[in-house]
Design a protein around this ligand. Structure first.
Ligand code: ZN
Length: 122
């Protein structure tokens, strides 16, 4: 693959990584023990015994359950982005994981973190 193109895709991947980490960081915490793992911040439950607002807590729990699947999908995308960056370093970038054929440049331009080619995806 063209070096210039790889550089361009690498830039896109790094921007994507930045963006994903920012979004994740707004509601989740990086798990320091597990690289690449994020945990949605669980809302702090009623502080102290006084003034526990059950309604507010129910809202918070609901928010948590809404955020969890979002967190998982962002985390997955971030992992794919990391993997793609890793593959660029190893010179193995742009090869379909299933059929081991090169992934089309058009596809990589749209989703540089793609791990399989369109044929295998469909
Ligand atoms: Zn394939």
């Amino acid at each position: 693959m063209d070096k210039k193109l790889i550089q361009e895709l690498k830039n896109n991947l790094e921007k994507e990584k930045d963006k994903l980490e920012k979004i994740l960081g707004s509601f989740a915490q990086k798990d320091e023990k597990v690289p690449g793992d994020w945990d949605t911040k669980f809302p702090s439950m009623g502080q102290g015994s006084e003034g526990v607002d059950l309604e507010r807590e129910a809202d918070e729990v609901e928010k948590y359950s809404t955020l969890l699947p979002i967190e998982h999908s962002l985390e997955k995308r971030l992992k794919n982005v990391d993997l793609a960056l890793e593959n660029i370093k190893k010179g193995k970038y742009g090869i379909c994981e299933k059929c081991k054929k090169p992934i089309s440049i058009q596809r990589l331009k749209v989703s540089p973190e793609a791990r399989i080619c369109l044929k295998c995806k469909n």
